[in-house]
Design a protein around this ligand. Structure first.
Ligand SMILES: CC(C)(COP(=O)(O)OP(=O)(O)OC[C@H]1O[C@@H](n2cnc3c(N)ncnc32)[C@H](O)[C@@H]1OP(=O)(O)O)[C@@H](O)C(=O)NCCC(=O)NCCS
Length: 188
């Protein structure tokens, strides 16, 4: 694994940029229907990872060098646990935070640990004014990560999907934290 392209470290995780050698890691992650349940509802074919998913991740580093999708590894043994992302949005100084972990890495607090660290980085280092996140209303594990990371419920909204996943009828939820609230939380 090398420490090349390291992006961020937390107590237990190391985040780094993906490289073109990471097809297997991403394909393994997206091969679990439980991981994909609230995303596409099905495993992503390996060929799509190789031709679309990974190339888009790599291209985004060039477009926004401080943002993107980052592979997360346990510092203790180097094991790949999944990814975290900070993506640009249409709003200025506003980024979207996201995460996707292998099922064996659930239930350890990793998602909250990584998300908190990305939010801190967005405000403290990247000069952002707002961090947002969204997920399906029925994705309770993800909503719990948002709450534990200091994001607050903003709204529920409905989008049209040609091939909706079960639960789409309950809508999507948006959570967010702005700089002032983040700073107040740090002083508390
Ligand atoms: C969403 C997702 C990242 C949540 O993972 P998670 O492991 O439940 O979230 P956390 O990292 O915050 O872990 C919290 C759990 O770890 C437990 N935990 C164990 N050790 C812990 C520690 N040292 N610190 C904190 N929590 C700990 C908590 O008690 C909690 O358990 P619970 O779920 O039984 O209440 C994961 O389910 C996932 O990858 N899903 C598929 C992808 C997806 O849906 N992504 C979001 C789409 S927007």
């Amino acid at each position: 694994m090398g420490r090349v392209d390291g992006y961020l470290e937390t107590e237990r995780l190391m985040l780094r940029r993906f490289t073109d050698g990471d097809v297997e890691l991403l394909a393994g992650l997206d091969s679990d229907p439980e991981v994909m349940r609230f995303l596409t509802g099905q495993p992503t074919p390996r060929a799509e990872i190789e031709r679309v998913v990974l190339p888009e991740i790599l291209k985004a580093y060039g477009d926004h060098p401080q943002l993107g999708t980052f592979a997360a590894h346990q510092k203790a043994d180097g094991e790949f646990v999944g990814w975290f992302g900070l993506q640009p949005t249409k709003e200025p100084r506003t980024v979207d935070v996201g995460y996707r972990l292998n099922r064996v890495a659930w239930g350890k607090g990793y998602a909250t640990e990584g998300t908190k660290a990305l939010i801190d980085k967005a405000f403290a280092e990247l000069g952002m004014e707002r961090v947002v996140a969204d997920t399906m209303a029925v994705n309770h594990r993800s909503r719990a990560v948002m709450r534990r990371s200091g994001l607050r419920f903003v709204r529920i909204f409905h989008e049209h999907f040609d091939d909706p996943l079960p639960g789409t009828e309950f809508g999507e939820v948006e959570y967010a934290v702005d700089r002032r609230t983040w700073e107040a939380g740090r002083r508390a």
